[in-house]
Design a protein around this ligand. Sequence first.
Ligand code: PMP
Length: 407
Amino acid sequence: MTATLASCKRDFPILGREVHGHPLVYLDSAATAQKPRAVLEAVRRYYEQSNANVHRSVHTLADEATALYEGARQKVAAFIGAERPEEVVFTRGTTEGLNFVARGWAARHLKPGDEVVTSPMEHHSNLIPWQQVCRQTGARLRFIELSPDGTIDLQSAARVIGPKTRLVALSALSNVLGTINPIAAIAEMAHAVGAVMVVDGAQSVPHQVTRVQELGADFLAFSGHKMCGPTGIGVLWGRMERLEEMDPILYGGEMIAYVSRDAATWAAVPAKFEGGTPNIAGAVGLGAAVDYLTAIGMEAIEAHDRRLGELAYRRLASVPGVTVYGPPAPRGGLVAFNLAGIHPHDVAQVFDAHGVAIRAGHHCCQPLMQWLDVGSTARASFYLYNDESDIDRLVEAVEATKRYFGQ
Ligand code: PMP
């Protein structure tokens, strides 16, 4: 394993392949990140050497599997600065974590007239759970408006967050605008009125140093697959008091303390939320991803990704006919853009023919597309294995697309 940004690309076997005769330039890490050999090997080693169910049997393999699974929890806790490993609940990903909070915490605590506050830039997974729980409880969903550059309007936040607010849900980094949101400031407003702060960390935890105490959040949800880990594993971190006052979502094996014919009591956090056989190999892989990112250094990754995001924004903005969205800087390592008169899906298709993988669509952010007044956008997103030469290829692909469509 190499432990520097400059040489890390060779740790990712998939980045050595070609697409349509061109060396692959992978610019879709905001959708899912590629996996370094260390993660692939950790998952393989787990299945080859230690595969067993966790927390159940007393044989050697079961002990090893349990130690690996709980070891991954400790690694994640250290990675985000959690006070205790028990505050880390393994989930399937960000979507599941946010749904757990909506169903386990909000459904239990909201009553008619209460307010839930979010923003128009949220991914559907940080919007629909709140729409649904508001519908069920009679609470009202309110929005912090955005400034014209796609940043959170703090004055709007101060107006919207008030005595009726019980929960504020906001992403730390927008998957479309690249906006880095002022979570600590919003959390302070939320806490001043006694509300709970829920943070969607899907795009921030993989790309920024995360210390949950400084963030001021009560809950933080993120996905392993966007931070070089496997798919199907994610994390819901919560303050212990908040997790304890939350209902479980999945009822069944391993989440109980005692069961009789007619009733059951719950196991302590986090087991209370991990009913059924968990994604053990996924957790092991996530632990290896955390080790890998930590060895490279999250501070260096954060600076690198921001630099690429800001550079790509400037370079794309300077191409005639290209519209870029969100603030120029500071921004995270992704840029959404459109080419005048060319559908983003066509853009992505021409890019693919040149070996450049980007995403096109509404990015699970339809209300944000409505705010931008577009149907969809193209999006290039960067991670530790990208460099400036990939931005050259991105800009070349834009020029090629324009030529292809006769512009
Ligand atoms: N929130 C944001 C900001 C995201 O970018 C994503 C993934 N596109 C999610 C939530 C959902 O993550 P997952 O699909 O891994 O549950």
